[in-house]
Ligand binder design. Structure first.
Ligand SMILES: C[S@@+](CC[C@H](N)C(=O)[O-])C[C@H]1O[C@@H](n2cnc3c(N)ncnc32)[C@H](O)[C@@H]1O
Length: 266
């Protein structure tokens, strides 16, 4: 974030919160002193809101993946359609679905319309969003819980796991070449490993707008990618390597992964 104070320009600073390069236009001695003493400038409103939530709801700031809570009913129709087609033989059976990062619930209500008999679990880290979701929910087979590793695992196993626009930091990562301070690969890899533990064999993991490639994760050898139609239009998040460096060109992006083994197949 820019911090404009006067006439002199200092380069080379980065916002500690969002890691964007910061140009400091200095002029006020007192501010100069504070900046030099602390070695960084942090005036990132998004991050302050994030830290405020974290403190208010007793969540460690590290527990967050994406901070934004934007959502909508039927936000990715081609994706939901593709998944429904891929699992159609089981469509009428009672399947269990996880919506990880369900925000205020619209994704779960969308999933209900695509999978009428499913039991749907919505997890989110943001208690305020969860309160809204619970208050507006009238479906006994949709439940909302705070996102913790225990809740994720205990409410499984799932037949479908959706992690849509959550395993990332956006838009912050569009401004950095190194994502390690915002959303490191290890965090992505750990979350995918938890999904893997909770997904039934033959189940599908659906990942959209993540900062990393699923194919780089430890568990990817147990999965085969499936083709979905018209999904690339929804993908906007930059990809990074396993050492957190922005990829100019990377592996082709895939979104739907079928669990074909419970142990690594080499
Ligand atoms: C941009 S919204 C996406 C909502 C929905 N999946 C969609 O695509 O419309 C990201 C959501 O992920 C949630 N989130 C962030 N970190 C999380 C975590 N560790 N576990 C579960 N949800 C998380 C945020 O609170 C936010 O509601």
């Amino acid at each position: 974030m820019l911090f404009r104070m006067g006439s002199r320009i200092t380069h080379g600073l980065r916002c500690r919160a969002c890691a964007r390069p910061t140009v400091l236009l200095m002029g006020m001695k007192r501010i100069d002193k504070i900046v030099k003493k602390n070695g960084f400038l942090c005036l990132c409103v998004r991050e302050l809101v994030h830290l405020y939530y974290a403190r208010m709801f007793g969540v460690s700031a590290d527990e967050f993946d994406q901070i934004e809570t934007t959502t909508a009913y039927n936000r990715y129709p081609e994706l939901f359609d593709s998944v429904r087609t891929l699992i159609s033989p089981r469509d009428t059976a009672e399947i269990r679905i996880l919506s990880y990062g369900c925000s205020t619930g619209q994704e779960c209500w969308t999933l209900r319309d695509y999978f009428p008999n499913a039991h749907i679990i919505g997890l989110d880290i943001n208690e305020r969003s969860l309160r809204t979701a619970r208050a507006e929910n009238t479906d006994a087979k949709i439940e909302f819980f705070r996102s913790t590793p225990e809740n994720l695992v205990d409410h499984g196993p799932y037949d479908l796991i959706f992690a849509l626009s959550v395993l990332c930091r956006w838009p912050e990562t569009q401004f950095v070449n190194d994502a390690s301070r915002l959303y490191p690969f290890e965090k992505f890899d750990e979350t995918i490993a938890l999904f893997d533990v909770s997904l039934s064999r033959g189940g599908l993991m659906v990942i959209l707008n993540a900062n990393y490639h699923f194919s780089d994760t430890q568990v990817s050898g147990r999965y085969e990618p499936l083709v979905g139609i018209g999904l690339s239009q929804h993908e906007c998040v930059h990809k990074f390597s396993t050492n957190n460096q922005k990829l100019r060109e990377g592996a082709p992006i895939e979104w739907i992964f079928k669990k074909i083994a419970t142990e690594h197949t080499v």
